[in-house]
Design a protein around this ligand. Structure first.
Ligand code: AMP
Ligand code: MG
Length: 336
């Protein structure tokens, strides 16, 4: 199969929408990461997404919608907080877990009685979903286990020949996957942290919001049990130290130790560490949590592709967006 490379022109977006409607797979940009989309109501198309990604069959997909009405058409009951949350955070990087009705095929939800719904905040995606006129099931557009792609070139390199098209919408402005919030429990539970933070949510719904990484027994967010987001080489995280001088010393010592051991070191860090002695450096700009999120996956992939033996990056304070960044870092590597 020849994979078409489409651009953000009205003609190409219409082409991408047509392919999706015909049951083909199309990778498309969102504000978080690139998605690999299929018509969510077409079981055969959704099944091929699992095949192409090598995605475990028990890891359900997020269904992307164009309107709140389209989301409601897939729901069995509308949770009390749904309207408040969608008013405030949709379109945006917040995925809501709700009970679904018979319209949603089992293959999308891995047989669960719940479905993950999101309305992306990206002009190209909005136009695509509008023209497609069906809900679109889409996990991240990468081979399972690798970092999510945040640009079209990366998607094309990884999936060309296996999907119908890649729609190029430039770099993803958020850079990490959406916050996943379960609305089927008495109080909402964050199954996957993202840039919509617990504080953001609690400000709007005046209720407690809980965090969960994994459940005893059958996990509610099955995806979270798999190794994720990892480059081919080991990733070592230098623990966050609130004292800047101590953090600086620890990071430079970690680079020096790996270099002395004979390894080519890739350093993914804020600009101030470009002179820390790594073989290759990938910048996180000022290192604010939002910069870290935006540049994390692209940085990991770039260093991986440079042929380094090890990647080092600094931990950051696990609050707000930093909590989500640390969640992804710990899935890509380990603390040293
Ligand atoms: P991805 O699209 O690859 O970023 O992964 C989607 C995430 O949403 C995974 O962590 C899934 O486990 C989670 N997810 C999707 N559907 C559900 C659901 N019905 N219940 C809980 N988690 C879900
Ligand atoms: Mg993924």
């Amino acid at each position: 199969m020849t994979t078409e490379l489409l651009h953000s022109t009205p003609h190409d977006i219409t082409r991408a929408a047509g392919l999706l409607r015909e049951g083909m797979l199309v990778a498309f940009p969102t504000e978080t990461v690139y998605g690999l989309g299929a018509n969510a109501l077409d079981e055969e198309a959704v099944r091929r997404v699992y095949e192409v990604k090598g995605r475990p069959k028990d890891n359900p997909m997020i269904v992307h919608v164009h309107t709140v009405a389209q989301a409601r058409e897939l729901m069995q009951v509308v949770p009390a907080l749904f309207a408040e949350l969608t008013n405030e955070f949709w379109p945006g990087p917040l995925t809501l877990i709700v009970r679904h009705n018979a319209a949603v095929p089992d293959v999308v939800t891995a047989g669960l009685d719940t479905v993950a719904l999101r309305m992306p905040d990206h002009s190209i995606t909005r136009q695509l979903l509008h023209e497609t006129a069906v809900p679109v099931a889409a996990p991240s557009a990468n081979i399972s286990g690798r970092p999510s792609p945040t640009d079209a070139r990366t998607v094309y390199a990884e999936l060309q020949g296996r999907i119908a098209a890649v729609l190029d919408g430039g770099d993803c402005p958020v850079g990490i996957e959406s916050t996943v919030l379960d609305l089927t429990t008495r109080e909402p539970v964050i199954l996957r942290p993202g840039t919509v933070t617990r504080e953001d949510l609690e400000d709007v719904i005046q209720s407690r919001v809980h965090f969960i990484e994994s459940y005893e027994g059958a996990p509610r967010s099955p995806g979270t049990k798999y190794r994720h987001y990892a480059p081919r080489v080991p990733v070592y995280i230098v623990p966050h130290d609130p004292d800047p001088a101590a953090m600086d010393a620890a990071l430079r010592a970690a680079v020096a130790a790996q270099s002395r051991a004979g390894w080519r070191v890739g350093l993914l860090a804020p600009e101030c560490w470009h002179d820390a002695g790594a073989t290759h450096f990938s910048s996180l700009h000022d290192g604010r949590a939002v910069d870290y999120a935006r540049l994390l996956y692209a940085g990991l992939r770039t260093l991986d592709d440079c042929g380094v033996d090890v990647i080092i990056c600094p931990g950051i304070e696990a609050v707000g967006v930093g909590y989500a960044v640390m969640n992804r870092l710990l899935k890509a590597g380990e603390i040293i």
